[in-house]
Design a protein around this ligand. Sequence first.
Ligand SMILES: [Fe+2]
Ligand SMILES: [Fe+2]
Length: 181
Amino acid sequence: MKPTEILVSEHNLIRQALESCSLAVEKLESGEKPPKEFFEKAVEFARTFSDKFHHHKEEYLMFGRLAQRKNGQIDAQIDSLRYQHDRGRDLIAEITQSLTRYAEGQDPQATIILEDMAAYVSLLRHHIHKEDHVFYPMVDKELTAADQKYLLDEFKKEASKDGGKIFENSQKLVQEMGALL
Ligand SMILES: [Fe+2]
Ligand SMILES: [Fe+2]
C-alpha cells in the first residue's frame, strides 16, 4: 500500500462528513435549524480527524519530504494546500463561536453558520479533488521507495495514537452526524 492510498481512504470519510454538512446547509437555507449537536459533532470531526490527524500527516510528514525531492519547485503548490488547511481551520473556529447564540435561536448566527459551513464544504471538496487527482499522483511519482516506507511507518505511528481508534471513532462520529439531520 502507498501512503497516498491511505490519505485517499481518509478523504472518503471526510467526503461523507461533508455530505452531511452540505445537507445541513440546505436545511438552513430553507429555514430549518439543525440541532446544535450536529454542528458540535461536525466541528469535532473537522478538528480531530480532518485536521489533527489527516492534515497533520500531509503538512508535517509528506510536504516536507516532497519539498526536499523537488528542491523548492513545488513550494507554491504546497503553500496553496497549506493555506486551504488554514482557511478551513478559521471557518471551523467561526462556526464554533456562533454555536451558543445559534442554539438560543439567534438568526444572525444561523446565517453566519450557513455561510461558513457552505464555504467550508466547497473549500474542502475542491481541496480533496485537487489532492486526489493532481497532487497525490505527483507525490507517487516523485517520492523514492525509502520516502514511501518512511511515510508509511510514520502514518502507522499516527494511527496507533490515542488507543489506535482514531479512524473507527471518526467513522462513528460521521454516522452520528447523519443521524442528527
Ligand atoms: Fe490537504
Ligand atoms: Fe488531504
